[in-house]
Ligand binder design. Structure first.
Ligand SMILES: [Zn+2]
Length: 322
């Protein structure tokens, strides 16, 4: 921070960030106006755009000021220069390998175990990751996402399965379907996660031109190609993990769509929100000021309904897990 003006400036900017509180029944969703996140929110993640740019997470392309700290022999911990929170890290794989969770979930648990003051999160390749070609997690200060305290309140969760030192919970009345795993043993959580992963459908392989054209002159672009040229697709999801004492808590948000209709709309209907882990944790980022002012409870409910599996849609999966 002392030697990297871009990061220091953007972290200072956070002091002026504006927040609105939208009220739902028994919980709230925060809206944050954060213009620096436009690049990330509207990132083009189709395979042509990805192949055409140097990977900004690879060491050889990173600015020299973005020095890292090693974490085990596979990851490097970096400061994220476009923060949402006063502490915001990007934890990148040392190798340029695709964003996939199945073989890296154990690492995610280890990272969360080593950072008890942070929530560690994973955005799937079609679920908000702006570098779907390079494996990475992010970590942000605990205590800012409304979901953390909503989970603690036990008002929305039901334990559907428990065993020695672990539990699986689902959520109701919370606008988005969530499966929560809780456990003390890394191994147990890994096998529970594997069961959840197996019960979800692999993500759609999007076809060129299936998403509507954006308004001319805007930064948003359709995403032709999508995953079609990537190796095997994984089920679409976002994940939050944090450690409290000896217990790790894992919130999984199964997804059915990358971006809502409003993202591609034009004129007054346009809302530049591209939901990822933090948004689904209850802190929705709006990089455009007009969206920050106009977005309503109904818009948020509608956006969550489009991109997340709903409680009814999770019902089958939860029964299978039982
Ligand atoms: Zn890379």
């Amino acid at each position: 921070m002392g030697e990297w003006e871009l990061a220091a400036g953007n972290f200072r900017q956070l002091e002026n960030v504006k927040t609105r509180h939208l009220l739902f029944s028994g919980f709230e969703v925060l809206i944050q106006f954060n213009p620096e996140r436009l690049k990330s929110t509207a990132a083009k993640t189709d395979s042509d755009s990805i192949q055409a740019r140097p990977c900004f997470l690879c060491e050889k392309n990173r600015p020299p000021q973005q020095r890292g700290m090693p974490f085990d022999d596979q990851f490097t911990v970096l400061v994220n220069p476009y923060p949402i929170f006063r502490r915001h890290l990007t934890i990148v794989s040392r190798n340029h390998v695709e964003q996939r969770i199945m073989n890296s979930f154990g690492s995610m648990l280890s990272i969360a175990g080593a950072l008890p003051d942070y929530v560690v999160f994973y955005n799937g390749p079609q679920c908000g990751a702006s570098a779907p070609d390079h494996l990475h997690f992010q970590a942000v200060s605990r205590g800012y996402m409304p979901l953390e305290k909503d989970y603690e309140s036990q008002q929305f969760t039901h334990r559907i399965l428990s065993g020695p030192g672990y539990g699986i919970l689902n959520w109701t009345g919370y606008l988005r379907g969530i499966i929560t795993l809780e456990g003390r043993e890394k191994k147990t959580l890994e096998s529970l996660f594997e069961s959840v992963y197996e019960s979800l459908q692999p993500g759609p392989v999007s076809q060129p031109g299936t998403e509507p054209e954006p308004e001319p002159g805007t930064v948003s672009q359709p995403e032709p190609g999508g995953q079609s040229r990537n190796s095997e697709a994984e089920p679409m999801m976002n994940i939050l993990v944090y450690r409290t004492g000896g217990t790790l808590t894992v919130h999984i948000f199964p997804r059915k769509q990358h971006r809502p209709r409003q993202f591609y709309a034009s004129g007054r209907d346009k809302i530049t929100i591209s939901p990822a882990s933090v948004d689904l944790g209850g802190l929705v980022i709006t990089p455009r000021e007009e969206d920050f002012h106009k977005v309503t409870e109904n818009d948020i409910a509608d956006i969550f309904r489009q991109v997340c599996l709903q409680e009814e849609e999770l019902y089958m999966i939860i029964n299978e897990l039982k």
